[in-house]
Design a protein around this ligand. Structure first.
Ligand code: C2O
Length: 609
């Protein structure tokens, strides 16, 4: 420094070099941004390097300043369509667009990967208009060209329980679905075209954006699950309403979490109705009750009363005990990440298990509802997802309001594309779907019979402790990873015991099971128990049963998948009076697909509420 000050000529050199650098660097970056080939060549190593280090960091970490260049690069890759009307200033709302939000490269839709012996072709892509055009959802809601909807915006669509609607409603629903089925095959509003939207987003039809085009997007097993399906059925509902000329028309919700709603709504099973669907499990027609924790290999024999109480206890666990965003909504999934980081509770079951319960038994992969590429071909799919969406809405309000991902810009800016009722392609962002009222719909409220169930332990404290100490004394140390091919009990150390009330209010104690080598073509289900007796396992209505991992036959481009199973155990340990214990005994019980999954690791983590 002293040298520079003492020799003005050196200072001059430094200043001139700086100016030259600035003059040349800016046009160079601009040029590179506009030229994807050169850009890729130069930046690819840069991306891979940072993504590796990113992925090794905790999901919650905030981005240090040094990543801002990288973010700038990725932002500039965002493709923009030729919006076909004067755009509003709404884009400024998105000026904080942080660049690791997932966005499908919609123009690069390709054949999907299907499970073996699939009954449809792998082409699920919609026909694209050239030149490629889309409307941003924000503009869509406020633009004058959509006055028709503006005028209707005072109409709130009320989604009602499917078992409580009247004949007039049923007739409208039937008519709407019938019209959708009769539209030309390549019309985006056609019923099968709509079903294909689900196929493309679920079975790897869309690559992530350049330079991550090798990664296919999957909207399951991550924080995209709820928002994607919310938008998907939202556009489906608008199309239906428009086709029958009733803008107030709302989808019904299949209220399988209520006692009266636990069977298929009967009008979905009337032959000759547009709502009837052939490829369903023949034994599960009404008045058969749904098993929310269904096991396709060994369906349980239960009385109606038993099934109801097991279902309600199960609902309590999936909704009330899943009390952090990650437990309920699934794990963060960002640009460049491998798909399926970790599913939320309700997605695993009842969502997946009901898919399984409905799919036919004589089709190769329990088509149609039992596997995603065909699921939305069954009209009941939309009533099922209407209830799933309602549970998301309910969850955010439980216990005075639960925290979701709404302070994470990557979640908020994740994007999808859908066709609307006027055949416009609309680009939506997760941030646009967080308030159903702004989307123009609400759920009719009904009683929540599961809300206060809080299942108790099956055995006395003494019995539990006796069993636990004999297991802890006899079990050899488990070597990870291991193939889950038979029932196994593992002792897992707790990082902290006897946590204070305040600690428990801030952080949930979470059992995390790394699920690797998941054979994605197969149906897989394993149950998880804590401090149970593996020779006489508890059912859903007891505290010892804590959850289930369910995977439907999927395609994954020949790869096995890696994901994880998470379950909150603070309340369970309270109920089991095991809060002072150093270890818990975790019993894994493979139910379907024995040997089709490897357990990479099991540990306990604390997740903020
Ligand atoms: Cu995308 Cu019910 O699934």
């Amino acid at each position: 420094m002293a040298n520079v000050i003492n020799h003005p000529s050196r200072f001059l050199h430094l200043a001139i070099s700086l100016i030259i650098l600035i003059i040349f660097l800016i046009p160079l970056i601009t040029f590179l941004n506009n030229n994807s080939l050169i850009f890729t060549i130069i930046t690819k190593p840069y991306f891979s390097y940072y993504l590796t280090s990113f992925n090794n960091q905790s999901h919650q970490s905030h981005y240090p300043w040094r990543f801002s260049w990288r973010n700038t690069f990725i932002n500039s890759l965002e493709f923009e369509g030729n919006v076909n009307y004067p755009s509003s200033s709404s884009s400024s709302n998105y000026s904080n667009d942080v660049s690791r939000a997932i966005s499908p490269d919609f123009t690069k839709c390709g054949p999907v990967d299907l499970p073996p012996n699939a009954i449809t072709s792998p082409y699920c892509c919609p026909t694209l208009a050239t030149p490629f055009k889309f409307i941003d959802f924000k503009d869509y809601l406020i633009n004058a060209t959509y006055n028709k909807y503006k005028n209707n915006s005072s109409i709130i669509r009320v989604r009602r329980p499917a078992h409580l609607v009247d004949d007039e409603f049923i007739a409208k629903l039937e008519k709407g679905i019938a019209i959708m089925k009769s539209l030309p095959n390549d019309d985006p509003r056609n019923f099968i075209q709509q079903a294909k939207v689900h196929c493309a987003y679920c079975n790897g039809g869309y690559p992530q954006k350049h330079p991550f085009q090798d990664q296919k997007i999957d909207v399951h097993r991550s924080w995209l699950f709820f928002p994607f399906h919310r938008f998907y059925i939202y556009f489906f509902e608008r199309i239906l309403g428009t086709l029958i000329g009733d803008p107030s028309f709302a989808l019904p919700y299949w209220n399988w979490d209520s006692i009266q709603g636990m069977q298929i709504p009967s009008y979905f099973t009337t032959p000759n109705s547009s709502l009837y669907h052939k490829l369903r499990h023949y034994k599960h027609m009404p008045p058969h009750l749904v098993d929310l924790n269904y096991d396709i290999l060994s369906p349980k024999i239960r009385t109606q009363d038993q099934q109801i109480s097991y279902n309600l206890a199960f609902m309590y666990k999936q909704m009330v005990l899943a009390n952090t965003k990650e437990l309920f909504m699934g794990s963060p999934y960002r640009l460049g990440d491998p798909a399926q980081p970790g599913p939320g509770s309700v997605e695993l079951a009842p969502h997946n298990s009901i898919h399984d319960w409905l799919g036919a038994v004589d089709t190769p992969n329990h088509e149609d509802m039992g596997t995603f590429y065909t699921a939305a071909r069954d009209p009941i799919f939309y009533a099922h997802h209407s209830n799933v969406d309602r549970l998301w809405e309910l969850w955010t309000k439980l216990e005075g309001g639960r925290r979701d991902y709404r302070d994470d810009p990557n979640w908020l800016d994740s994007k999808f594309f859908f066709y609307d009722e006027n055949l416009n392609l609309v680009r939506v962002k997760v941030r646009d779907c967080l308030d159903t009222k702004l989307l123009g719909y609400v759920y009719e409220e009904v009683d929540l019979p599961w809300l206060n169930v809080n299942p108790k332990p099956r055995r006395t404290k003494m019995q539990r402790e006796a069993k636990k100490s004999s297991i802890l004394a006899s079990k050899p140390i488990t070597k990870f990873p291991f193939v889950l091919d038979s029932k196994v009990s593992i002792s897992v150390k707790r990082p902290k015991k006897l946590r204070s009330k305040e600690e428990k209010e801030q952080e949930e104690e979470v059992l995390v099971i790394e699920v690797t080598e998941l054979q994605s073509y197969e149906n897989v289900k394993f149950d998880v128990h804590i401090d149970d007796d593996e020779d006489m396992l508890s059912d859903e209505n007891h505290a010892e049963f804590v959850g289930t991992f369910v995977s439907l036959p999927h395609g994954n481009h020949g790869h096995k998948s890696n994901t994880r199973f998470m379950v909150g155990i603070s309340k369970v340990l309270e109920n089991l009076e095991a809060e002072e214990d150093d270890h818990i005994v975790v019993t894994l019980v493979p139910m379907i697909g024995k040997g089709d999954v490897t357990i990479g690791r099991i540990n306990i983590q604390f997740m903020s509420k």
